[in-house]
Design a protein around this ligand. Structure first.
Ligand code: FAD
Length: 637
């Protein structure tokens, strides 16, 4: 199937405005006749469901948490980008667009990125109107700080809890629609499959996580805002329950999965401290506004930090990248940390850590100022490590954090399956091979508040309304397959826990398809994943029954999907022989160990079509064209 990205014609600055006018509208009186399913109530899903409800559609919203406001977005710390230029430091829509295309290492679609930058200012206005308590300057204006990959300060924040505050805003908007009867909220309900009839997404099959009841929900369109798949690596900064199931199940029903190997390793996480750990904690990138990253100049220097004199410290980011210093993008900072640790200059008991030091900032601004900016992050660090970061540097190391890959969508955020829209981290759209810090919240809210309400309406307006009954054979078949799969999972009475198998998969992925990847390691993972999958289906144990609250069953289903998905991720990494952004193929690097792209052969989004478990997926390419930001070797020097 040919991939049509449906990018509107015309100059980039005019595309979205023109497109919005060209899109068909649904008459206000007709809107109530349409039913829309929104899976996910993170920033993307909650903003979409609230906006669609406000427009007059009948919305059914789903999440697996006990409340919509506990979606993973609540964990976001550092901030949200917008091109408001409040600092008068040279920012503009065009600069945000430029930084994002360059930051993504020229693997994103220009038109989408421009639109994202264009609507960014409206997001801040909307959130302020909702009462989101953004940090303010002395005079009352909204404050900004810097994030990686930008030389301007465009990041709006609410201390280190920006996601929580934004989500409370979106949640309020959502609950207003629930109270108005426009949105029906289904918490603690997990989507386990997508219903596709004649190529159109027509509904979902869910499991009530309290009673175990399997149900079918039908609609005129389905929206997935189900987040990312970082937990395929087992250890990540994501909430433990984040998973790939919704997008993977849609992929198995025909939606294309794009660029699954584009995973983001975040440079500033609390290092792994033991083999029993199952969750990693992020220390926000915002800390690199004031914290200085360093390691000892000498290999194997085990002196306590206070005994290493200034002249024997290597502030390697400032040394290598004088223009951007500690605020280089995440992929660059992560690789640099790995490199110094590989050289034997890492710190801490494992040697897999670097220092993030606030001594200079505290001496310059005073402890009170630093506490005001980052207090909750410092408290979190101290609670986890038992060390006081006001008195000694934090120790940090890269960890899996975000996934740029996701279901393929066109400019209208619709997948190749008609009526299936994908928003937020779940789609592949705007960040190319590397996301800039503070741009995920921007994208999720742009998609939900400002893009989807237009494009989904136009889709509905352009379709003949078709009523599918619960007794349609395809609906019955999909629900029966969900029941069968659950029964198969519950029949597993082997010797290994699902957690053990997930941990093994994660370690394999981290070692062979993590921060650096090469052909040998990828082939090793490719051979081992099917073996692990077999091991799971032969030797895992899943206790309990299906007709009850059974978290073991939930988890087993998610891990079973990871065991299929991991193979696609590795295949994608194997086929993309170039390095770009977070995808670092060791065979393709510059003399200075930076990622070396191969634009002649890989300037495309790789969209994969399911062909069966264990069978090679079919590759479809969306060629990328760069009319405005000409691809160049990224430099942050
Ligand atoms: C620790 C941390 C800090 C971060 N800080 C920042 C930051 O400062 N700035 C920034 O821009 N980004 C940040 N990010 C990234 C950002 O938080 C996420 O990319 C973003 O919040 C994802 O939002 P989302 O709405 O797409 O998905 P999520 O918030 O992950 O929500 C997913 C939703 O889908 C539901 N769901 C999933 N699968 C199913 C299913 N099968 N059935 C039913 N429901 C389902 C879940 O219940 C949930 O409601 C951070 C990420 C982490 C991990």
């Amino acid at each position: 199937m040919a991939l049509d990205s449906k990018i509107p014609s015309g100059p980039i600055q005019e595309k979205w405005e023109k497109h919005k006018f060209d899109l068909k509208l649904v008459n206000p009186a007709n809107k109530r006749k349409y039913r829309i399913i929104v899976v996910g109530t993170g920033l993307a899903g909650a903003s979409a469901a609230a906006s669609l409800g406000e427009l007059g559609y009948k919305v059914e919203a789903f999440c697996y948490q006990d409340s919509a406001r506990r979606a993973h977005s609540i964990a976001a710390q550092g901030g949200i980008n917008a091109a408001k230029n409040y600092q008068n430091d040279g920012d503009s829509v065009y600069r945000l667009f430029y930084d994002t295309v360059k930051g993504g290492d020229f693997r994103a679609r220009e038109a989408n990125v421009y639109r994202l930058a264009e609507v960014s200012g409206a997001i801040i206005d909307q959130c302020v109107a909702q009462g989101v308590p953004f940090a303010r300057e002395y005079g009352g204006l909204l404050a900004n700080r810097s994030f990686g990959g930008a030389q301007v300060s465009r990041t709006f924040y609410a201390r280190g809890q920006t996601g929580q505050q934004l989500l409370l805003g979106a949640y309020s908007a959502l609950m207003r629609q629930v109270a108005a009867g426009q949105v029906k909220m289904h918490a603690r309900t997990e989507m386990l499959d997508l219903v596709v009839v004649d190529g159109y997404a027509r509904g979902i099959v869910t499991r009530d996580l309290i009673t175990g009841k399997i149900e079918t929900h039908l609609a005129d369109a389905v929206v997935l805002g189900t987040g990312g798949y970082s937990n395929v690596y087992f250890l990540s900064t994501n909430a433990s329950n984040c998973n790939v199931t919704a997008t993977w199940r849609a992929y198995r029903r025909g939606a294309y999965f794009a660029n699954p190997c584009f995973t983001q390793i975040h440079p500033t996480c609390i290092p792994v401290h033991g083999d029993k750990q199952f969750k990693l904690t992020l220390m926000s990138e915002s800390l690199r506004n004031d914290g200085r990253v360093w390691v000892p100049k000498q290999k194997g220097d085990k002196r306590p930090v206070g005994q290493i004199p200034e002249g024997e410290r290597d502030y390697y980011l400032e040394r290598k990248y004088p223009s951007f210093g500690n605020l280089v993008p995440r992929d660059v900072a992560s690789r640099a940390a790995k490199q110094v640790c590989d050289e034997g200059r890492g710190v801490g008991s494992t040697g897999l850590a670097v220092y993030l030091d606030f001594a200079d900032a505290i001496a310059r601004d005073g402890e009170a100022v630093i506490r005001e900016k980052y207090g909750n992050l410092f408290d979190m660090y101290e609670n986890i490590t038992g060390e006081n970061p006001y008195k000694q540097p934090m120790r940090i190391f890269p960890a899996v954090h975000y996934t740029m890959g996701g279901l393929w969508v066109d400019y209208n955020l619709m997948s190749n399956l008609a009526g299936l829209f994908v928003i937020g981290e779940a789609n592949f759209s705007d960040h190319g091979a590397n996301r800039l810090g503070a741009s995920a919240l921007m994208q999720g809210l742009a998609d939900g508040y400002f893009v989807l309400p237009y494009t989904l309406s136009a889709y509905l307006a352009g379709q003949e309304k078709v009523e599918i009954g619960a007794d349609h054979p395809e609906v019955l078949k999909t629900a029966a397959e969900v029941r069968e799969r659950n029964a198969k999972l519950l029949a597993l009475k082997g010797k290994r826990t699902v957690l053990e198998i997930h941990r093994e998969l994660g370690l394999l992925m981290w070692n062979d398809c993590g921060m650096a990847r090469n052909e040998k390691g990828l082939n090793h993972a490719k051979a081992r994943i099917p073996e692990l999958r077999d091991e799971f289906w032969k030797n895992a144990i899943v206790p309990g029954s299906g007709e009850e609250f059974n978290q073991a069953l939930e988890y087993a289903g998610r891990v079973a999907d990871y065991l299929e998905f991991a193979e696609l991720l590795v295949d994608d990494a194997l086929h993309r022989k170039e390095s770009c952004g977070g995808h670092f193929r060791e065979e393709s690097q510059t003399g200075e160990h930076e990622a070396k792209r191969d634009d002649d052969n890989f300037s495309y989004a790789a969209a994969w079509e399911f062909a069966g478990v264990g069978k090679p997926a079919t590759l479809h390419k969306e060629e990328l064209e760069f009319e405005y930001v000409k691809p160049s070797q990224r430099s942050y020097k």
